[in-house]
Design a protein around this ligand. Structure first.
Ligand SMILES: Cc1ncc(COP(=O)(O)O)c(C=O)c1O
Length: 442
């Protein structure tokens, strides 16, 4: 069992530098690379670059490799299926893997009654499908989504997104009829209130102000919400937030659509993050961790909601048989032990970061559920001024020390390792993070 990263060249190393130069010539400049990591291969939490350096991965390829890189069971399932059938298009023909996976997801989705499943290839496609299904089913035109939300980059999903202005620059006009409202970001309450004395003012505002003055609720198709905001900063709302918001939705016949693209598939210690909040959503969007790195997006909805006609929505590649078999193998591993491991190791990580917070003033907030954990960095704890440069410096320095991290929100660092992470790997991460933050914050 590997214990620590091995960095034997300057970073980027010579082979990485050559490839990055080629990338600069041929690959779209729209991608956002934090640091120059060029990956050759990976196993578990350990990522090897093209110069033989070995890194500890607390990004899981942006919360995707739920079962660790190249889990042998997932590889076995992929190899077996790819020898049988690579593609046939599940929108025009039938094949077993898509049907079996749909049945499994339909049974896993919280709430009573039959569910049905639509398949796409990515998170954006799952959200896009949810957006269209909500319109189709309700015949209503308006939608609510949240500031800080990230739902993807296709035009519909992007219209629901309110994460970074650069993601929308030059793309207007987007899909009309979407109103963004403040999320329950209690560390920086948008209403300057304090939980719990606020009485969830952010939820009450929707009914008391928005629906009274601006938006006729009977014209709203859906509320799109991340159970825990991901790209927005790994923001965990108070326990009653979703229940109260969902109660408002139910009162006006509005669908409650949870985007579990980042938070779902066991990452928070439950299969779906919304299960922590006691709400049965009408529609759930899934992707990322669902197939351990094979491209797949899925949408679950109660059968009576998924009432669209043949031809109303489809995708050539959606529900690819190899991806479906990778998903079935992933779910088996999650149910067997990895969801439980996410809960146990997530607590270990959160406790460890909480301890570090006592010695590092710049760690303003430490939060999360399961293995969806973040540290929000501040200039000082009184003013909570966001420490954006410090955040970037810590991530880059951690890379130099062999620890892979990613940012989220304006000034937070996320920790979203594969759900196979061990206590020892978390201790290694904490030790490197402690050294780096000590050095950089000084
Ligand atoms: C919550 C959420 N929804 C949707 C998406 C879009 O997923 P994709 O990049 O697979 O289109 C993301 C990606 O980060 C996400 O975090």
């Amino acid at each position: 069992m590997r214990k620590s990263p091995v960095i034997k060249t300057s970073l980027p190393g010579p082979n990485a530098r050559k490839l990055i130069n080629q990338d600069k010539i041929y690959v779209s400049p729209s991608y956002t690379r934090y640091y120059p990591l060029v990956v050759e291969k990976a196993k578990g939490l350990w990522v090897h670059d093209v110069d033989g350096n070995v890194f500890l991965d607390f990004t899981a390829g942006i919360a995707v490799c739920a079962t660790g890189h190249c889990h042998p069971e997932v590889i076995r399932a992929v190899k077996k299926q790819s020898g049988l059938l690579l593609h046939m298009s599940g929108t025009d023909f039938y094949y077993r893997p898509q049907i079996v996976l749909a049945k499994k997801l339909a049974h896993l989705a919280p709430g009573k009654g039959n569910k049905k499943v639509y398949f796409g290839n990515s998170g954006a496609e799952a959200v896009e499908a949810a957006f269209k299904l909500a319109r189709w089913h309700t015949k209503r035109e308006l939608n609510l989504a949240f500031y800080g939300a990230f739902h993807g980059r296709t035009m519909g999903a992007l219209s629901l997104t309110a994460s970074k202005a650069i993601q929308k620059k030059h793309y207007n006009p987007l899909v009309p009829g979407i109103t963004h409202i403040p999320y329950a970001y209690c560390y920086r309450c948008p209403y300057n209130l304090c939980y719990p004395t606020c009485g969830l003012g952010c939820v009450r505002w929707v009914e008391d102000t928005l629906f009274r003055t601006t938006i006729p609720p009977e014209e709203v198709a859906a509320i799109f919400v991340e159970p825990i905001q991901g790209e927005g900063g790994y923001i965990v709302p108070p326990p009653e937030f979703h229940r109260e918001m969902n109660n408002i939705a139910k009162k006006y016949g509005i669908l409650y659509v949870t985007d579990e693209v980042q938070s779902g598939m066991g990452r928070t210690g439950k299969m779906f993050a919304i299960e922590h909040f006691g709400v049965d959503p009408d529609i759930i969007a899934l992707a990322k961790g669902i197939a351990s790195g094979m491209p797949l997006g899925a949408l679950t909805a109660r059968a009576e909601i998924m009432d669209w006609e043949a031809g109303s929505h489809a995708s050539t590649f959606g529900g690819n048989p190899v991806s479906c078999m990778a998903a079935l193998s992933t779910i088996e591993l999650l149910e067997k032990e990895l969801m439980e491991n996410a809960a146990v190791q997530g607590k270990h990580l959160l406790d460890g970061l909480g301890e570090l917070q006592q010695t590092h003033e710049c760690m303003g907030d430490v939060r999360g559920k399961g293995l969806m954990v973040a540290v929000e960095l501040v200039e000082d704890r009184e003013t909570k001024a966001p420490a954006r440069k410090l955040r970037s410096a810590i991530i880059r320095n951690a890379f130099q020390k062999g620890l892979l991290l990613l940012g989220c929100g304006e000034n937070s660092i996320r920790f979203c390792p594969p759900l196979t992470v061990s206590s020892a790997e978390i201790d290694t991460c904490l030790s490197i993070f402690n050294d780096v933050i000590g050095k950089v914050a000084r």
